[in-house]
Design a binder for this molecule. Structure first.
Ligand code: G4P
Length: 534
């Protein structure tokens, strides 16, 4: 048992004040800017510009492997913990841009809520669609921030309609913008019936925001003679056309509260924090395989959702990012490693405070700890205090990019296979072995994964490999109703079949059209875009 059984009430209080979330967005929508402003409100950084500065110069301070340096991937920005309004907020970074990878998806399996940032000029973009699909797997509640209202952007009503139709989620506007671009005046808070006035260029956190209460307040007519009629019309329209915010539907992932603002001007950001604190759920129960695990339970449990390799190349060091699901972490505690069926001592776990890594003294459900290890932890691994559990919901995602790999030196083929198998098991890349033999196939969701694997094969396994393009559009894991169907299908599609690291049958499609035809032809075969670990 954890050492806190004497103070369960204190731990329960700690759990209840946790909010663990991620920001999802398409590159350039404003995720970094919003992160920075959130940290600013949380007091985790004193000055604006810190996160952004890091974004461009992070690699200067790290001495990790080359690829990480070039890409500026940094573990320090992977998890940011800060306090706001009596709550402990864990913000998990979802790597984007060039460093988009399976990690981006997996991070979303470890959060209890997400903030979706939409660029108001561009609307719903490709990466946002993908990331939202991943949130859907667990019905994660979504808070929406429509950003950049200080620019000439699209009509708000059109954006709402696009979010609803493309992302298939109902919108409940909480604030509504008055004007845009040069004429952006502020937002009307539909629930509180008051206007918050926009003043551009706020770098600091202004304690006092100018507010006008009541839609019929003459102060509104005086302050905004040109806009007030439209505002009154808009408010009537919105309240007539959209359903009011419904906490239950939000928590079920069916409805999203929508806020408008301008992250760079620090406008509308505080409302997001407020929504997180008031509406987003505290750490949620998790499916432990045999039963649901409640965050309030005293025994420590959790799972690994991400591995960061080569923090220190000299030590082949890896950090496993671990989400605590119940109980309490304390330094030096002994836990059971479910997959390896052995005991493990957890000491010197790391937590991540905005700018630096610090050793973690204590952690409860909802917190993320970083565990140093030398490869014994893999993505999806469960640690407990003895009870046999296997947390679900940290899947492999169907890759969309493929390469074949062969060793430049034929004598090193074995070494290549070993390296790829181990990297595949660790979750750095997906490895497929074609039924027909030949080169191993690598699958990824982001280009960076190939670069990391190539660099690690060279550094850790001394293999120089050649990576060729592969004519594959995507992969689908298959399940069959019976053996006869499996045999028939595999015989017919032999040249498009492969095995994954765990020996599961996978169909490699050349394009979406062929995949659809095949699915129609074999209705009794199930084609899965994700697969559970383990
Ligand atoms: P990302 O992490 O989602 O990729 O986006 P990021 O925050 O880096 O923002 C992308 C660009 O959009 C940046 O401009 C940023 O300054 C700008 N931006 C973010 N929020 C707002 C906003 O509310 N209004 C306006 N007008 N712009 C915003 P950049 O030119 O690419 O970078 P920088 O030169 O400003 O650093």
């Amino acid at each position: 048992m954890s050492n806190d059984t004497a103070f369960p009430a204190e731990r329960l209080r700690e759990v209840a004040r946790r909010r663990t979330f991620a920001i999802i967005s398409h590159p350039d929508a404003g995720k970094t800017t919003l992160t920075e402003k959130l940290l600013l409100f949380g007091g985790a950084i004193q000055l604006a510009g810190t996160v952004k500065a890091r974004k461009s110069s992070r690699h200067a301070t790290s001495d990790w492997m080359e690829v990480e340096k070039q890409r500026g991937i940094s573990v320090t920005s992977s998890v940011m913990q800060f306090e706001y309004a009596g709550h402990v907020i864990n913000l998990l970074d979802t790597p984007g841009h060039e460093d988009f990878s399976e990690d981006t998806y997996r991070v979303l399996t470890a959060v209890d809520a997400a903030v979706m940032v939409i660029d108001a000029a561009k609307g719903v973009e490709a990466q946002t669609i993908k990331l939202l699909e991943v949130c859907r797997l667990r019905n994660t509640p979504i808070i929406t921030f429509v950003n950049k209202l200080d620019r000439e952007v699209r009509e708000p009503i059109e954006l709402i309609e696009e979010i609803e139709s493309v992302l298939k989620i109902d919108c409940a506007p909480i604030t509504w913008p008055i004007g845009m671009g040069k004429h952006f005046r502020g937002v009307w808070h539909l629930q509180r019936a008051r206007l918050m006035r926009f003043t551009p260029g706020e770098d600091k956190v202004s304690a006092q925001q100018e507010v006008i209460e009541g839609l019929n307040n003459p102060a509104l007519d005086a302050a905004f003679p040109d806009e007030v009629a439209r505002l009154r019309g808009d408010v009537e329209l919105i309240q007539g056309a959209s359903a009011p915010f419904d906490l239950k539907r939000f928590l079920a992932g069916e409805q999203t509260p929508v806020f408008f603002g301008s992250a760079i001007n620090n406008f509308g950001v505080q409302e997001i924090l407020q929504a997180l604190v008031e509406w987003a759920p505290p750490p949620q129960p998790r499916d432990g395989g045999t039963r649901m695990v409640q965050p309030a339970e005293p025994a420590f449990t959790g799972f690994v959702f991400k591995i960061q390799a080569n923090m220190d190349p000299k030590h082949r060091d890896r950090i496993a990012f671990f989400r605590i699901c119940s109980g309490r972490y304390s330094s030096g505690m002994k836990v059971s490693h479910m997959r390896l069926k052995r005991e493990m001592k957890l000491s010197n776990a790391l937590t991540f405070m905005a700018n630096e890594r610090v050793h973690m003294a204590d952690g409860v459900a909802g917190d993320i700890i970083g565990i140093h290890n030398h490869g014994q932890l893999q993505i999806g691994d469960t640690l407990t205090e003895g009870e046999v559990l296997q947390f679900k919901g940290i899947p492999y995602f169907a890759p969309e990019l493929f390469r074949s790999a062969r060793s430049r030196d034929p004598m090193k083929s074995k070494q290549l296979q070993k390296g790829l198998r181990e990297l595949g098991e660790e979750g750095a890349i997906q490895v497929f072995e074609p039924f027909s033999g030949g080169d191993l196939l690598l699958g990824a969701v982001g280009q960076l994964q190939f670069e990391v694997v190539a660099a690690r094969l060279q550094a850790e396994y001394k293999v120089d490999a050649i990576y060729d393009a592969a004519d594959i559009y995507t992969a689908r894991w298959l399940t069959f109703p019976d053996e006869a169907t499996r045999r028939n299908f595999e015989n017919e599609q032999y040249n498009r079949m492969a095995k994954d690291v765990d020996g599961n049958p996978v169909y490699l499609a050349t394009n979406r059209y062929n995949l659809n035809i095949l699915m129609e032809k074999w209705p009794q075969v199930a084609f899965h875009a994700t697969r559970e670990h383990g």
